[in-house]
Design a protein around this ligand. Structure first.
Ligand code: FAD
Ligand code: SF4
Length: 521
């Protein structure tokens, strides 16, 4: 295990004196963009949105291969043709990391694929992942001006095309690294937040080590999101690109058990720590029968299948007993992944029960659509009240109650209210609980002075600083369950705060060195 944080790093790909890139905040005084797309705006507005090729639903429920094949070059360029090259690119402001969307689309249109992906990586180091799993329909694509009249540009699909093209053509070159600062940072957790903060700090010249509890890096991207939405090879390739910046990854290290945060900051010599440990503990319903055999949390089901390859049992030695009928409880992305994963394990019937109506479902529209195509049966306004077992302690049925919608709750979603006397029974062999995730408390319990909320998340300020100097946090551990791109955005914000914090320490040690502070907002 590496720990000598003060050692200077000599990364092979280092290009001294080049400033690392930074994400750009929207700038209203920026010069007007030159238009490069040949078609007149009216003609562009006539082109319908392009759709990627997808595996046929009847075929794909028999395998774990990716559902969407993405765009080929022709479709990607044809889609780029639809961009209006707006002077005020609202799509860019709606992206949590402000990817310069019009700029990368123009480069794509001009056939400069390497330039286009470089442009994206300046703001987001994980484009192959975000192009696939970002909820674009609520972010960049939701603000696209074309979408006011037609379907918005397929921004995520173009981003994915460029990332995949770069991977297939082997054209990735690591961005330049700043001169070594001679200081080191420990990152706890290798999810999208941890990978981003590591990539950003490495580019600024810090020596970064990621500590990961599991045996593989990637966090939820690896153990949660299924292969058919985000192939593990794609995650591995992005992890390799982070390592290409000189970042070290130590797997099988549980911070809070193997080492404490105070040991990292003390005898291990790290100047700062970033906690990006996510929200990996499943929440349960607290209804009778939840401890019966055949009841799984979505985390267990997805981890067994994704990380332990249970769908390849006995080639891989993790079994997954699923029965003939599976009932999944929940309405978010996790529930959708659990139910579609269950379907692929071969039961005769796969049902999803959600206590609100379809309109309130938090899952991505695209995934709900895919689930329907795959024959998942949706039962809305249905809530479980008990799980019944047989004489051997195995699930045999779930008792449910019908609901109706009342007044909106604090998040604006209409509250489900039970309808008296509406109970009914659904027979089933397997129940999967997918109603949300909570943070694992291990670091909070072993780090004195680290302020937490009543939900167990770590309290941070706008700069991702915690109550303890030198300790920063972001992503799901401070937000509760959020999104990949929010974890990425936190990683970027935290990297700037860590840089400022370490610059101050340098200045205290050797006055005059703070000018070496890498990035400014
Ligand atoms: P994580 O990705 O949770 O990574 C945390 C890492 O820290 C893990 O690898 C964990 O093993 C490690 N760790 C934990 N404790 C320790 C410790 N003590 N010591 C060392 N390492 C530790 N978001 C989207 O945007 N789009 C989607 O389609 C989507 N689908 C999802 C599907 C599922 C099934 C799930 C569970 C989540 C989904 N999300 C989705 C949410 C998204 O994945 C998370 O918001 C995001 O991964 C959070 O990133 P993170 O870096 O904060 O943490
Ligand atoms: Fe859109 Fe996500 Fe890409 Fe930002 S990172 S442009 S939100 S797909």
């Amino acid at each position: 295990m590496s720990g000598n944080g003060q050692q200077k790093k000599e990364a092979g790909n280092k290009v001294p004196d080049n400033k690392a890139p930074d994400s750009k905040a929207p700038d209203s005084k920026a010069p007007k963009r030159q238009k490069v797309i040949a078609l007149k705006p009216k003609e562009r507005m006539k082109i319908p949105r392009h759709l990627p090729n997808e595996q046929d639903p009847t075929e794909r429920i028999t395998n774990f291969c990716e559902v969407s094949n993405g765009f080929d070059i022709d479709k990607a360029i044809a889609e780029a043709n639809r961009c209006l090259e707006c002077n005020d690119p609202v799509c860019m402001h709606a992206c949590p990391v402000n990817v310069d969307i019009p700029a990368f689309i123009q480069l794509l249109y001009q056939g400069d694929y390497a330039g286009a992906i470089r442009k994206i990586r300046e703001s987001n180091y994980l484009p192959a992942i975000c192009g696939r799993v970002c909820p674009q329909e609520n972010l960049c694509e939701n603000s696209c001006i074309v979408g006011k009249k037609l379907e918005p540009l397929a921004i995520g699909k173009m981003e994915r095309f460029l990332a995949d093209y770069e991977a297939r053509s082997g054209t990735f070159t690591p961005p330049p690294l700043a001169e070594s600062k001679g200081q080191s940072v420990a990152v706890v957790g290798s999810g999208p937040g941890g990978l981003t903060v590591a990539a950003e700090l490495a580019q600024m010249g810090y020596d970064v080590t990621i500590f990961e509890a599991l045996h593989e890096a990637g966090g939820v991207l690896k153990y949660g999101i299924p292969e058919f939405r985000l192939p593990k090879q794609i995650v591995d390739e992005e992890v390799e690109r982070v390592k290409a910046l000189g970042v070290k990854i130590e797997t099988n290290v549980i911070i809070g058990r193997t080492l404490t945060i105070d040991e990292l900051l003390g005898e291990m010599g790290f100047g700062a720590v970033y906690i990006g440990t996510g929200a990996g503990s499943p929440r349960f319903l607290n209804v009778p029968g939840e401890n019966l055999s055949g009841v799984y949390s979505a985390s267990e089901l997805l981890t067994r299948v994704n990380l332990m390859k249970a769908y390849k049992f006995p080639e891989f030695d993790t079994p997954m007993q699923i029965g003939n009928k599976v009932v999944v409880l929940g309405g978010g992305d996790v529930a959708m992944d659990a139910v579609r994963t269950s379907k692929r394990l071969g039961p005769e019937q796969t049902l999803l029960l959600y206590r609100r109506s379809r309109e309130e479902m938090p899952a991505r529209i695209e995934e709900v659509h895919h689930a329907e195509e795959e024959g998942i049966e949706f039962h809305f306004l249905t809530s479980p009240v008990a799980i019944h077992g047989d004489e051997n302690g195995w699930v045999k049925a779930i008792e449910c109650q019908k609901m109706e919608l009342g007044e909106p709750d604090e998040k604006g979603r209409r509250r489900p209210i039970p309808i008296e006397g509406s109970s009914f029974i659904i027979e089933t062999d397997t129940v999967v609980v997918a109603i949300g995730q909570s943070p694992n408390p291990i670091i909070q319990q072993t780090t004195p002075g680290l302020e937490t909320t009543k939900w167990g998340t770590i309290v941070v300020d706008d700069d991702c600083a915690t109550s303890r100097p030198g300790i920063f946090a972001g992503g799901d551990i401070s937000r509760g369950g959020a999104t990949v791109i929010q974890a990425v955005a936190d990683g970027k914000r935290a990297s700037r705060s860590i840089d400022a914090y370490l610059a101050k320490l340098r200045e205290e040690l050797v006055p005059g060195t703070a000018k070496n502070h890498s990035k400014q907002e």
